[in-house]
Each structure stands twice: as structure tokens, then as C-alpha cells.
Design a protein around this ligand. Structure first.
Ligand SMILES: [Zn+2]
Length: 382
């Protein structure tokens, strides 16, 4: 059995170990060491990365009760290797995982909910078996950050079996043997196999970002430490850009965006009124050359196409089509007397690449055809 160095010292970045076994497996190498500081994937947290000698560690898993390091190069069995873990990745995982314990401990104490799901990969999600209001989440977040300011001790230990019975700790599994507890002084006691920070000050800010209802409970997206800082950087850059674009103070960007959206709505309405006026004027002045006509007009949506085709038909009879879009991809509406239109449209569909349909003397859809083809279908003499 490999000695788990990360169990006793979560801050061990470099160590030497003996290569016990190295076998080729699916294009990579499966390596067993006599001792390791590499944390294997487990308890919702992804595995460590790093190097064993000159081989890169691609993944670490528990397989058949052993900690297996998957590397990109072979290692000599029996040799001693200097090993280093990707500390940035590990520390980021510890900041998030320890932060999660604090939040889960507080949510459990304040609101009686249990953590029933945890995932720590590119982002961290935590599921609770009940709902929480925004105010409750803000209160939990405030207290969690106080735990950070207090910089209390975080201790990992295996209590004797008799002591375990008397302890009140959070646990997802009903374990009685070899239970490893993480004690965050005054805040939480929880069974967990992962490495954690030594003091809460290492975590940095704990930020509950989004939440949504999930299977009768709630799922939280939480970022701690360096992740929270990166998130802040990204959001700050966004706010800065918006504030420059709208020429407002950073704290007033939401109100300014609101005003902009309102102005946008008003402008859209104004444009639609003007378009309707334009359509009715164009329909009024339209001089048809034949019973079947196709009109091309830029920037019309389906409602406007229908309005235009209908106005043309009402004034002139015949079959009146209006097309908008670009060469090879037009939206259209065509109006005509039902009896005449049906026959016309089935020919139109057959001849040109047309999708669509309709009823009561109006058909609409899209035509993957050119303007010339459409024109000559409507008016072959043209
Ligand atoms: Zn844990």
C-alpha cells in the first residue's frame, strides 16, 4: 500500500519516492509509488498533476485499492524519483474545498440543510437538500468570510473509534472505520479524504455566485481564493468596458444599461411604426405590371412581409409576393385568392428551393433561390 503523504501534510510540494511498478496501459504508463503526495480523484475533487522524475503526471486515480499515477513516459521499477506536484492547481483546489466545508458547515448549523453533492473541477458546485433564499445565502457568505478573517486552524486527523461515536460531524457516508475528519476550529467538523489548507486565512475570499433550484434543493456555484480573484478581474474588466462605453460611473452601469434597453425598446417601436407607414405608402403607389408580382424590400421581418403582401393583394388582386433577405436566402410572404394561390404555391415549392406554407390566402417561408429565378417564376415574360 502506498503511503499517503498528503494525508499528514497537505503542503508537501516535493518528495522522493521509489517506483514500485510501472506498466503500459492504453498509451500511458500506470505507476505505483511507495509513497505519494499526489491526491487521487475522490470525494468530488479532481486529481493532482505534476511530475515523477521527468515523466508528467496526467491523472491520478484509485484503482483496485491502489493509488495509480498515469504518466506520459515510463519509469524504471525500483528507481528513486524526485516528484513534484503542480502546486498552483493543488492550492487552488484546497482553497475551494476548504471554503466549501466552511459554507456547508454554516448552512448546516444555520438552516439545518445537508450538503448532498459536491463537484470541484474547472468550477465548484455544492448541492444542498433544501432551498435557500438570497438573504440566507448572503448571511452564510458573510459568516464564511468571517471564518477566513479569524484565520482559524484547520486540522486533519483520524480519531479513535470510541471518540468517533461521541463526535458530531458531517458525513455523506455511514463510515465507522478509518474516518478522517477535517476540523475547522469553531466552524465545521466533517469527514473528508482530501487535502485542506492549514489555516482559514489561506482560503482568501469566499464568494457564492449563482444558485438554482435542483431536485428539491439548491445548487450553489462558489468560488474561493484565486478563483474568486480571477472572477473579480473578469467582471471588473467587463464593468470598466461598459462604464467607458456608456460614459457612466462603474457603480451606475446597471442603471445606464436599463435606460439603454428602454431607449432601444422605444426606438424599435418607432421603427416599426415608420416601416408600417412606408409599407402602406409603397403598396398604395404600386403599379402592377402583371397579375403575378414579386417585390424585393430590405430589412423586413415576417410580420412586415405579411403586411406588405396583404396590402398589395388587397389593392391589386392577383398574386403578390414580397421578399426580404439576401441572394440565395430570402424570407417571403405571398398573398392571393385561395383557389389560385394553392396551385401557384405548389409550383413555386417544386421549382425553387422553398420551405414554408400557410392558409387563408397567405403563404410564407424561406426560399433558397436567387432574385432572378424568383422574378422569372412570378413573371416569366419579364
Ligand atoms: Zn471535503
Amino acid at each position: 500500500m502506498t503511503e499517503r503523504l498528503y494525508d499528514a501534510d497537505s503542503h508537501l510540494k516535493e518528495f522522493t519516492a521509489r517506483v514500485v511498478k510501472c506498466t503500459r496501459q492504453d498509451g500511458v504508463y500506470a505507476v505505483l509509488l511507495d509513497r505519494t503526495a499526489f491526491f487521487p480523484e475522490g470525494g468530488g475533487q479532481e486529481s493532482d498533476r505534476g511530475a515523477i522524475g521527468s515523466a508528467a503526471v496526467l491523472d491520478v486515480q484509485i484503482s483496485g485499492g491502489e493509488i495509480v499515477h498515469y504518466t506520459d513516459a515510463p519509469l524504471d521499477e525500483g528507481s528513486t524519483a524526485v516528484c513534484g506536484i503542480d502546486w498552483k492547481r493543488r492550492f487552488r483546489n484546497m482553497q475551494n474545498h476548504s471554503g466549501e466545508h466552511i459554507v456547508s458547515g454554516i448552512v448546516h448549523r444555520l438552516y439545518g440543510l445537508d450538503n448532498v453533492g459536491f463537484h470541484l473541477g474547472a468550477e465548484m458546485t455544492v448541492d444542498f437538500n433544501g432551498e435557500l433564499t438570497r438573504e440566507q445565502l448572503l448571511e452564510a457568505e458573510r459568516l464564511a468570510n468571517e471564518a477566513v478573517y479569524e484565520n482559524v486552524r484547520v486540522r486533519a486527523y483520524y480519531p479513535p473509534k470510541e471518540d468517533l461515536k461521541k463526535l458530531d460531524y458531517r458525513s455523506k457516508l455511514e463510515l465507522t472505520e478509518n474516518v478522517r475528519l477535517i476540523d475547522i476550529e469553531g466552524y465545521d467538523l466533517c469527514a473528508c479524504c482530501a487535502p485542506h489548507v492549514k489555516r482559514t486565512g489561506e482560503i482568501g475570499i469566499i464568494k457564492i455566485l449563482d444558485s438554482f433550484k435542483n431536485r428539491g434543493g439548491i445548487r450553489l456555484f462558489i468560488k474561493c481564493g484565486s478563483d474568486a480573484l480571477s472572477d473579480y478581474d473578469e467582471k471588473y474588466a467587463n464593468v470598466l468596458k461598459i462604464s467607458n462605453l456608456l460614459s457612466v460611473k462603474q457603480c451606475e452601469t446597471a442603471a445606464a444599461a436599463d435606460r439603454l434597453a428602454e431607449e432601444n425598446r422605444a426606438l424599435k417601436f418607432e421603427i416599426s411604426v415608420l416601416k408600417k407607414r412606408l409599407i402602406s405608402e409603397k403598396a398604395e403607389n404600386f403599379k402592377p405590371r402583371s397579375r403575378l408580382t414579386a417585390v424585393f424590400e430590405d430589412g423586413l421581418d415576417i410580420k412586415e412581409l405579411q403586411l406588405f403582401a396583404d396590402a398589395l393583394y388587397k389593392k391589386n388582386g392577383g398574386i403578390r409576393g414580397v421578399f426580404s433577405g439576401k441572394e440565395g436566402c430570402y424570407s417571403f410572404a405571398v398573398c392571393g385568392a385561395e383557389s389560385e394561390l394553392d396551385a401557384f404555391f405548389s409550383g413555386f415549392k417544386e421549382k425553387l428551393n422553398v420551405r414554408g406554407g400557410g392558409r387563408n390566402g397567405m403563404v410564407q417561408g424561406t426560399a433558397a433561390a436567387g432574385r432572378k429565378e424568383i422574378d422569372s417564376f412570378f413573371d416569366p415574360a419579364d
